[in-house]
Design a protein around this ligand. Structure first.
Ligand code: GLV
Ligand code: GLV
Length: 323
């Protein structure tokens, strides 16, 4: 009998082709650029052996129950897996594929771009040019903060955190601090100093969040966190929105407790257009585009399709989550 596969979104062609060419599967796709409505998701997974999903799909007990006992493999087109109810998935013996490594470079590049754009106030400058606010060259107009001679603190020196550090060092960064659960040998490559979080916050000119969202990191960046940062420091988050308490961030930005923030991730996503953070000049918000290069997204689609197919045939996946 053919295996049933449900795909929650229209994928880049490289991924769709792999699924459609696979002889043993009947593939049904929520063939849209918009998220699958919850009711369609619950219907679509019914009896499915494999599920290919996105980070915008919440795969919880209700979805797993709707799928039923056939479900053997979940493949997510993302490196993050906080949208999956991992304990439930594990309990049911479902294998999970994801897409680490292939998006590391693109995400690190975007983080550097966002850091520079925030610190050097590019969105404000662009706006001034367009609105006629650019009257002349002024000595203290649109001044910001530079990397040269600075201290950078990376929270979570994993694959992406290290790739960010590697890219920032050549800008003349003086010290690279990092915090996390334990020191990492690979930090040597960037002369990273493992320090307690409080030290990182009080000494860094740039605080970059690059950790996974877990119960430990949920709401980590709160009032106490921002109060330990320098008033001249820039905060950058390209991991998950829920690591940040956004009310506390708004307060820190609007009272001058910290200088600026650049976010590629928010809660919720999309951030409502009337959200208070969007009224602030010193907050740059991007629409979760860390891995958004044409080639990276194509490779992610291929990898997630291959992970799914490998899992369905009981083979080793190129990237399987160890649970
Ligand atoms: C992006 O946020 C991802 O998890 O791939
Ligand atoms: C800037 O354009 C300068 O010449 O200093």
């Amino acid at each position: 009998t053919r295996l049933k596969v449900f795909v929650t979104r229209r994928l880049p062609q490289e991924g769709m082709e792999l699924l459609q060419q696979s002889a043993g599967c009947t593939v049904s796709v929520w063939d849209s650029d918009e998220p699958v409505p919850r009711a369609e998701l619950l219907k679509g997974v019914e009896g499915a052996h494999g599920l290919l999903c996105l980070l915008s799909d919440r795969i919880d007990t209700e979805v797993l129950d709707a799928a039923g006992p056939n479900l053997k493999v979940i493949s997510t087109l993302s490196v993050g897996f906080d949208h999956l109810a991992i304990d439930e998935v594990k309990k049911r013996g479902i294998r999970v594929g994801y897409t680490p490594d292939v998006l590391t470079d693109a995400t690190a590049e975007l983080t550097v771009a966002l850091l520079l754009a925030t610190a050097r106030r590019l969105p404000e400058g662009i706006q001034e040019v367009k609105s006629g606010g650019w009257s002349t060259w002024k000595p203290l107009w649109l001044c910001g903060y530079g990397l040269s001679g600075s201290t950078v603190g990376v929270i979570g020196l994993g694959r992406i955190g290290l790739a960010i550090a590697r890219r920032l060092m050549p800008f003349g960064v003086k010290r690279l601090l990092y915090s996390g659960r334990q020191p990492k040998p690979q930090a040597q490559e960037v002369d990273g100093e493992y320090v307690p979080l409080d030290t990182l916050l009080s000494e860094s000119d740039f605080v970059v969040v690059s950790c996974a969202l877990t119960p430990d990191t949920q709401g980590l960046c709160n009032k106490a966190f921002f109060s330990k940062m320098k008033k001249t420091a820039v905060f950058i988050n390209t991991s998950r929105g829920a690591v940040v308490n956004q009310e506390d961030l708004f307060e820190a930005l609007s009272t001058g407790q910290i200088a600026a923030a650049g976010l590629d991730v928010t809660t919720p996503e999309p951030l409502p257009t009337d959200h208070p953070l969007l009224t602030l000049n010193n907050c740059v918000v991007l629409p979760h585009i860390g891995s958004a290069t044409y080639s990276t997204r194509g490779i992610m689609a291929q990898l997630s399709a291959n992970n799914l197919l490998a899992g369905l045939s009981g083979d080793a996946m190129a990237s399987e989550l160890k649970m």
